[in-house]
Design a protein around this ligand. Structure first.
Ligand code: HMG
Ligand code: MG
Length: 308
């Protein structure tokens, strides 16, 4: 077996938050179950953000209280503030003995995107996190951190790699177990990925970093490969390529899980994922959203199935 890579599935959260279709709670749970059955070990299930801002995920409590228990699969949910953490803890109290769930916080490397996304400056957001991360950890929850707009901002353009690295380091210092570097609008290139990673990796173990790539301009797999070559072992991806960021215009196009897994398996990496079952989950995501999803390996696999 080749070296292990963790594929961190964000479709049920990052994907569905940006879909026009409102998928019913039962459909979301069915999709999450199909992804877990395909062998995804980390699934971002939902988000305890304001339902006014993201109506698609207003059933976060129901989803969290009914997450399917599968051996080897744990779940993550987004919490933007103390109110979100409180809602998460209430939902978990409704599901004693349920599968493991942890939290994730998010902010941007650029001021304008951060303000559009969470209505606060970056500094104000760090002050919010100081009241979320330590209490979450005290309550036994691991916390992941996201830095958005690492390689470019839809409002400010280029982002200084030093700035992105500094925000990531502050999240780690505040107690995040892992920080995921987000190419929110899919503008990054391998040279940029290397530039940011090379600022962080001398100080941070590779397993504490992840790459969250969007394929808006077709660079996501090239960026993933650059990350692999730098030693990164966790990559975020979204089933079928669902989603984007509602506060980043034109940012549809998360790296599709099937595309990433196809590349990794072809290169001899071990992901623990069953590709055929993953394609089944992708087909389900298409049925639930009522649209053909952009993931290329999914499309190719489904076309072959039809032909066969
Ligand atoms: P705000 O309006 O500034 O909040 O929103 P506020 O603190 O002023 O409160 C206003 C009202 O919202 C109050 O209710 C609060 O209780 C309520 P009222 O007293 O008026 O009745 N409220 C909440 N309700 C439910 N859950 C909560 C919550 N917090 C406050 N957690 C806030 C601030 C952060 C809540 C809002 O801006 C928000 O929800 N933003 C989320 C935007 C979002 O979800 N974006 C997508 C996720 S990030 C992403 O996709 C990028 C990523 O994938 C990486 C990448 O690609 O780069 C992670
Ligand atoms: Mg995203």
């Amino acid at each position: 077996m080749g070296p292990r890579v963790t594929v961190y599935e964000v479709g049920p959260r990052d994907g569905l938050q940006n879909e026009a279709a409102l998928v019913p709670t039962a459909g979301k749970l069915q999709l999450i179950g199909a992804l877990a059955d395909a062998g995804l070990s980390r699934i971002e299930a939902t988000s305890f953000v304001s339902p006014t801002w993201i109506p698609q995920l207003s059933d976060a409590a129901e989803v969290t209280a009914h997450l399917p228990a599968r051996p080897g699969t744990s779940y993550v949910v987004l919490v933007p503030n103390a109110r979100g953490l409180g809602r998460l803890r209430e939902a978990l109290e409704r599901a004693p003995g349920g599968p493991p769930v942890s939290a994730a916080v998010f902010l941007s490397a650029s001021e304008t995107h951060n303000r559009k996304n969470v209505n606060k400056s970056v500094e104000e957001t760090f002050a919010v996190f100081a009241e979320v991360i330590p209490p979450a950890r005290k309550a036994g929850l691991e916390v992941r951190g996201y830095v958005s707009t690492v390689f470019g901002c839809p409002y400010e353009g280029a982002v200084d790699p030093g700035r992105a690295a500094e925000v990531a380091l502050r999240l780690l210092e505040l107690g995040c177990g892992q920080v995921s570097l987000g190419d929110t609008i899919g503008v990054g290139t391998p040279a940029q990925v290397r530039a940011v990673l090379r600022r962080l990796l001398p100080a941070v173990p590779a397993e504490r970093l992840a790459l969250h790539l969007h394929d808006t301009r077709g660079t996501a797999l090239a960026n993933a490969l650059a990350g692999l070559e730098e030693g990164i072992t966790t990559f975020d991806a979204s089933v079928g390529g669902l989603g984007g960021c509602p506060y980043a215009p034109g940012a549809s196009g998360n790296l599709a899980t099937e595309d990433l897994v196809y590349l990794l398996h072809g290169m001899g990496y071990d992901t623990g994922i069953d590709f055929e079952r993953l394609v089944g989950a992708g087909a389900l995501a298409q049925r639930l959203t009522g649209r053909e999803l952009p993931g290329r390996a999914l499309r190719a696999a489904l076309a072959t199935r039809t032909e066969g």
